[in-house]
Design a protein around this ligand. Structure first.
Ligand SMILES: Cc1ncc(COP(=O)(O)O)c(C=O)c1O
Length: 378
């Protein structure tokens, strides 16, 4: 018996009967893309996210891309974002024709460094994308008023942070727009791909709605060339059902994180993540730092015990072949480069309990203290 890394299948068990019954009703109506199930979810998600409206889209990458397009971001513009993010954040910028401008992270929280972000703003900056990485919200207060004063849009990449609230404000409601991914292992995950944009700027969301549907809000009206990126009804049903459980699941994830903190605290070589110990972190991932030379050995040892881990992400954006053309080099983002060689994500999901956390911690400790030869049975 092992320990799962993430638990979308456990979440499905909680909605299985309710969802299957609802699917039958949708199937009987024959509306599989858009329709009432989607508008109901959009209304519930907007309310939950503290925003006036939400627009369901095909995935989180499109949520970012369509929002940037709706803001008029394009060639000649710069968009400032974190160097340590999932590639999708930067792909979305790239495909608008704008230039991604990357910023290093804080070594303790892994979130975008506020001072360096401010230093990277220029007369060409059209938008900032703070990434609420691993489920922890970026505190935007050091630079939000600067962005507003300069007319720079703020688009929160909230793909990993559904359910997080910083000083009572939900992820996605602090800047001008929030972009979510409902990829199955996200904190609010669909049973396939899905995404949403939330905003209180109705005209921005109206543009996103046109762009997601071939440039028109109604069938065969095409005001401008658009795209096809819609949320389907079966995903919307699952998302509405899971949304009702999201706060309970986020609380569970925070408890698991507290548990990790207790069990890992005294293990030499393990650096725990910094956070505010409030609702601003929903622990999409529980990421610790290990000595670089020990990481792969620890991961292998855990895997042998059936404990799955991951590295999010092995290379910062500037070191990916896809973005070498941006012209950054080794050493340009020393913190992200340092962390990428040391971070490891431990199992985190709604099925974790104290016993599972204790087992992970024991195995991490053993792997760090036993010599590799012994672990390999030699
Ligand atoms: C930070 C971040 N941004 C954007 C995305 C893109 O979301 P999707 O996979 O739904 O396109 C993800 C998803 O993995 C993500 O983690």
């Amino acid at each position: 018996m092992g320990i799962l890394f993430a638990g979308p299948q456990l979440e499905f068990e909680q909605i299985r009967e309710q969802w299957l019954a609802a699917v039958q009703q949708v199937a009987a109506r024959g509306v599989f893309v858009g329709g009432q199930a989607v508008t109901d979810f959009e209304a519930a998600f907007a309310r939950y996210s503290g925003s006036a409206s939400a627009a369901g889209v095909g995935n989180g990458t499109d949520a970012l891309f369509l929002t940037l397009k709706a803001l008029g971001v394009g060639p000649g513009d710069e968009v400032v974002t974190a160097v340590n993010t999932f590639v999708a954040t930067v792909e979305a910028i790239h495909h608008t024709g704008a230039t991604p401008v990357l910023v290093d992270c804080d070594p303790d929280s892994y979130l975008i460094d506020a001072e360096q972000l401010i230093a990277k703003l220029s007369s060409r900056t059209k938008a900032i994308i703070p990434v609420h990485l691993y489920g922890q919200m970026v505190d935007m207060s050091p630079w939000l008023s600067i962005a507003r004063a300069r007319g720079i849009a703020v688009v929160e990449d909230s793909a990993q942070a559904a359910g997080a609230r910083l000083e009572g404000k939900p992820a996605g409601s602090v800047g001008g727009a929030g972009c979510f991914s409902f990829y199955p292992d996200k904190n609010l995950g669909a049973l396939g791909d899905g995404g949403a944009v939330v905003s209180s700027d109705e005209s921005l969301l109206a543009k996103v709605r046109r762009l997601r549907n071939h440039g028109g809000e109604t069938r065969y009206s095409h005001d401008s060339p658009g795209y096809n990126s819609r949320l389907d009804a079966l995903q919307a049903l699952a998302l509405s059902m899971k949304l009702e459980r999201l706060d309970e699941w986020s609380a569970h994830r925070r408890q698991v994180a507290n548990c990790y903190e207790r069990h890992l605290a005294d293990i030499e070589g393990v650096v725990l993540p910094a956070h505010r110990h409030d609702e601003s972190h929903v622990f999409h991932l529980y990421v610790v730092r290990l000595p670089a030379e020990a990481r792969e050995n620890v991961r292998r040892s855990l895997q042998k015990k059936g404990i799955l881990t991951a590295v999010q992400y092995p290379l910062p954006i500037h070191q990916l072949p896809a973005f070498r053309h941006l012209g950054y080099g080794a050493g340009d983002f020393p913190i992200a480069e340092f962390c990428s060689q040391r971070i490891v994500s431990l199992p985190m999901h709604i099925g974790m309990d104290e016993e599972a956390v204790a087992e992970v911690a024991t195995q991490v400790k053993n792997a760090l203290t036993l010599k590799p030869a012994k672990i390999n049975g030699g």
